[in-house]
Design a protein. Structure first.
Length: 427
């Protein structure tokens, strides 16, 4: 049992339905169900007065702060936060409603300089940034698990394998915009941050044991320092099934339907998929229906769709059909960087050979280090390096190219020698 697991065991000796005194790893016996937060379910903070009390409590707390956010993906438009959960030594747990308290910058400022513990940080940071919460340093328990070589890195799996507890995960995909939030959902939300500090401490010990702690710190620093992602260019090109759409006129139909759907979804504050499915957009693009009757015969536009809805989708198709050739979208116009690897053999056989050798080298290193290839070095970085390698196939030039693509120092150190060899062998 690690020091962090012993700490977790000590913290279990409270009331409120928590597990018994001893915490065990999953290898020592069955996981212990974690059924109730140690101080019970905290009240939901919905006004400025209650928020001020939480800010004061967490500012006075000690150590890192566990942070989580719940969104309403699949139900609402966008990725805004509908509940924020926090826990810190000396402050306990808090559940904050960003609908009632849309500006949490005071809480973010109170935690400035404090390490934030998040699970899959890149998923939650955009919605936290929108409400004024931006960490200056962080520890990502999911990423830590990947670097440490855990085969399953979901929060429930990590808590079970590292700390020996079973989290109930039945409410992860519910509509968190629901008000009031049901008590079982609030219990689930509070439990999500209940053991994050303990998990962080145990993972830090494991990373230190494996000699990977500095690697993790570099990754965490890169996430915390990353600017907000720029708006995606031509987001309609990411429509599921887009690979079936070949002709420019058909692409124009996808674009018009996607943009019409997005405007309606934003106005109604619902997920775009609830307005019109991607599959229906692609069906209309492939068929290029001449009228509303033809459109209604396609999958996704059946009897349940009202006449007004049908007409608005047909109007989008008609706009695409009426565009002059000069205004039709170009194939692949939204893509940046090298072409898809499947086309390399025809476009540049030498580059295809470099990529094959580089992938094999990266795979061997990742297996030796017991971590996923994409965490060792991103596939996009490898593709860019192989598509346009430096003129000098020497370690300093390759290292400089990797760093220019955003690779962290530890990644550059691990992969550069093997990539130099792979590139030189195919030169």
């Amino acid at each position: 049992m690690t020091d962090a697991q012993e700490t977790a065991a000590d913290l279990r000796t409270t009331t409120g339905g928590g597990p018994p005194d001893d915490v065990v790893s999953s290898s020592d016996g069955p996981p212990i169900p974690l059924l109730e937060p140690r101080e019970g379910i905290p009240p939901v903070v919905t006004d400025a007065e209650a928020l001020a009390r939480v800010v004061a409590a967490f500012a006075a707390g000690t150590g890192p702060v566990a942070v989580d956010a719940e969104r309403a993906s699949g139900y609402r438009y966008g990725q805004r936060a509908y509940l924020v959960q926090l826990r810190r030594e000396g402050a306990g747990s808090a559940l904050v409603d960003p609908v009632g308290c849309p500006d949490l910058s005071s809480l973010g400022e109170a935690l400035s300089g404090t390490e934030w513990i998040l699970h899959a940080a890149t998923q939650d940071l955009p919605c936290l940034r929108e409400i004024g919460m931006v960490p200056t340093s962080l520890f990502d328990t999911e990423l830590a698990g990947r670097l440490a070589g855990f085969p399953r890195v979901g929060l429930g799996a990590m808590v079970e394998s590292v700390l020996g507890y079973a989290l109930e995960k039945g409410h992860s995909a519910v509509d968190w915009s629901t008000r009031p939030l049901p008590e079982p959902w609030l219990r689930y939300a509070a439990l999500d941050v209940e053991l994050l500090v303990d998990l962080r401490d145990a993972l830090e010990e494991e990373l230190e044991r494996q000699g990977k702690l500095e690697w993790a710190r570099q990754e965490f620093d890169a996430i915390a320092a990353a600017p907000p992602a720029p708006p995606r260019k031509d987001p309609w090109r990411r429509t599921s099934g887009m690979h079936k759409v070949r002709r420019r006129r058909q692409m124009a139909v996808v674009r018009e339907l996607w943009e019409s759907r997005d405007r309606i979804a934003q106005r109604r504050d619902v997920s775009p998929g609830k307005v019109l499915g991607d599959a229906a957009i692609v069906e209309a693009a492939l068929a290029l229906p001449a009228n509303a009757q033809s459109l209604s015969a396609l999958p996704g536009y059946g009897q349940r769709m009202g006449r007004r809805q049908l007409e608005q989708w047909m109007a989008a198709v008609d706009r695409a059909r009426a565009l002059p050739e000069s205004e039709l979208p170009q194939p692949g116009a939204g893509a940046a960087g090298p072409p898809p690897p499947r086309s390399w053999a025809d476009k540049d056989p030498a580059a295809a050979a470099r990529l094959s050798a580089a992938r094999a080298a990266v795979s061997a290193i990742a297996e030796e280090l017991n971590l996923p290839q994409e965490n060792l070095i991103t596939p996009d970085t490898v593709r860019r390096l192989c598509w346009e390698p430096p003129q000098r196939l020497e370690a300093d030039a390759v290292a400089q190219a990797l760093a220019g693509y955003g690779a962290r120092p530890w990644q550059v150190e691990q992969v550069t020698p093997a990539l130099v060899t792979a590139l030189a062998a195919t030169a």
